[in-house]
Design a protein around this ligand. Sequence first.
Ligand code: 3BY
Ligand code: FES
Ligand code: FE
Length: 411
Amino acid sequence: MLNSAEIFTQISNRAKNFSLSQDLYCDPGVFQADLENIWYKEWVFAIPTCDIPKTGNHATLQIGEYPIVIVRGGDGQIRAFHNVCRHRGQRLCPKQNGSSPKLVCPYHQWTYDLDGKLLFARDMGPDFDPSKYSLKPVHVRTNGGLVYVCLADTPPEFDSFGGFLDDYVGASDLSNSKVAFSSTIVENGNWKLVIENNRECYHCGGSHPSLCRSYSDNPLMTVMEGPNAASPEILAHWNRCDAANLPARFVNEPGMQWRFARVPLLNNAESFTMSTKVAVNRRMGTIPWNDAGSLMLYHFPSTWNHFLPDHAIVFRLLPISPTETEVTSKWLVHKDAVEGQDYDLKALTEVWLNTNDEDRRVVEENQKGILSPAYEPGPYSPSQEEGVIHFVDWYCNLMADRLSPRPAMAA
Ligand code: 3BY
Ligand code: FES
Ligand code: FE
């Protein structure tokens, strides 16, 4: 198990534009360092707001060692708390989703209001002061209908990203959407391999027959140079979107932690379906055409997303162990779309259920190969895997900065 100094050395000595060392994908010390320096410090995508549409709805997630619950209050506000009872520490809400007018601990029924205040604790004696035992809050931000949480005492700046969420994702009006389907799988691979796999389409032709009906594996679709520099096809799409006031142009964080871009699908495909036509006969938000393409958004370390005219898919990854990652996908449709009438659930979900399973197998085989003593880092394709290079550079720069040995204070 590597210590911080050893991890720092491996990151500092890595060959640029090559995959990482075996330890960086498998070592328990690296996994712990990833949790402490990335997962407990950065903003992490949690849920779309429509996952908890009503007062008393809640959703849970586990970030490393931290169980978290996200609750919709009586005032409509979304709050996040540590999902840990202030009595003897029971996990308060055990299910992925639930609903109740108050949060009641299943162990001894301490009862909390939806804003986290302890309302009721039986037989605690005359000196007991319930105001000292509110649920511990977790930082939460909601923009564009997406909920992000951060475990850091002082979270990193969020507003510039949040503004783009409002603007770009706002066009899909997720506040008027609903979750049509949710899937959670565990991939037996390191979380970084799950992201690396998502950031390139070098593997798409060989792995994703159903996605490739509608998604172009041209790397120019995955990596763009800027708001005014892209392939002629993408530029034409952005000009058309501009004229309709639909946010589309490439925008990124300078260190590539996040990126938005709306790209056309393959041969005017409308959606990620086997037929390539829309799966839902009701468009979301203000998207004006069935062939508006996909607004692609990623935010490291936890999410990638596709916002299509007729539906959206939000993906969340969470690290479980050095070689296990949970991937949750939620398909969102207009809140008034009726299953069986306006959409068929199989047609809506089959392409990305297939794609997720194909990616799971790729990631698991990747992890198995990397566990071999014969593994050594290999070169990324500069044209096909630039998105992967962006991710590993982001990861290594952040880790090197956070692990760098600080000079001792002068006496
Ligand atoms: O989901 C994405 O971001 C796409 C689809 C396949 C690979 N990746 C670039
Ligand atoms: Fe929650 Fe006892 S641990 S009421
Ligand atoms: Fe894939």
